[in-house]
Design a protein. Structure first.
Length: 272
């Protein structure tokens, strides 16, 4: 496994196992950050209409000497844009921001009650236009996926969720695997809230790696691609330097057992 490694999604397309989440990367810093990332070998950029930097992601791709087909660009449909017609309009707005012919993945950001199914129908119709190569969901729990799988004609390729040792969604991971939906981890670094954990630090010291690198590696060894966020050059580099070591089964188990159902973001269970 290396920075170029990819997973095959259920529609046959391939996605990098490691990418850059660009939440809270401001437009005025985005140009520099994205250039650093591309130079280091990042090819997956995960944004959303909510983040306000789709335009900067698109510009970075267009100006790069790397061919478009090597990049994997994800965006997301925000809650206030859900519903069939709203979703189609929101997608057009995002594409105008990107300035690209297509994006690789479009996700429903949160499972908004009473609107998520018609939003999904809109995403299914977008796939037929080939302006988005794959569609998926984010923050879906098992009950949300069960509802969707009963109604959909296109199975989501991805379910992107908060995932780290303190929020080890083992049952959800198993469910997604059984239904050919690739789980993808956001906030693998807990927004920094758990990086000082003594057990984590001890494992890091054993491998000569930082707590962040251990958390990213933990995701990857669970076969869960991940998109750590950073606007810091040193951290960007550190976050992709995770392919030269392997956590033992014993250390993986130690990390698994740290689960506390501890979340650093909203709780998807708030959406019945």
């Amino acid at each position: 496994m290396n920075i170029s490694s990819k997973v095959r999604l259920n529609n046959g397309r391939k996605m990098p196992v490691l990418g850059l989440g660009v939440y809270q990367i401001r437009p005025n810093q985005a140009k520099q950050v994205f250039q650093w990332a591309i130079d280091m070998g990042y090819r997956l950029f995960d944004t959303a209409s909510l983040y306000g930097n789709e335009k900067e992601v698109g510009q970075a791709i267009l100006k790069s000497t790397v061919t478009r087909s090597e990049f994997f660009i994800t965006s997301k449909l925000w809650n206030t844009d859900q519903g069939y017609n709203n979703a189609l309009s929101a997608f057009e707005n995002s594409m105008d921001q990107f300035g690209l012919d297509y994006i690789d993945l479009y996700l429903i950001h949160w499972p908004v009650t009473n609107l998520r199914l018609e939003s999904w129908t809109a995403l299914e119709s977008l796939v037929e236009t080939e302006r988005v190569k794959a569609v998926g969901v984010s923050n879906y729990m098992i009950n949300h996926l069960e509802e969707l799988l009963q109604k959909c004609s296109v199975i989501p390729v991805i379910n992107q969720v908060e995932f780290h040792p303190w929020l080890y969604k083992k049952a959800l991971l198993k469910y997604c695997e059984e239904n050919r939906i690739q789980l993808q981890a956001y906030s693998p670094l807990t927004k920094g809230q758990k990086l000082g954990d003594k057990k984590l630090k001890k494992i890091g010291d054993k491998y000569g790696k930082s707590p962040s690198q251990i958390l990213i590696r933990w995701c990857l060894q669970h076969n869960v691609p991940t998109i750590p966020k950073s606007a810091n050059k040193q951290h960007l580099e550190q976050n992709i330097n995770v392919f030269d070591f392997h956590l033992t089964q014993k250390d993986m188990m130690k990390l698994d057992l740290m689960n506390q159902d501890y979340s650093v973001t909203w709780d998807p269970r708030d959406y019945p």
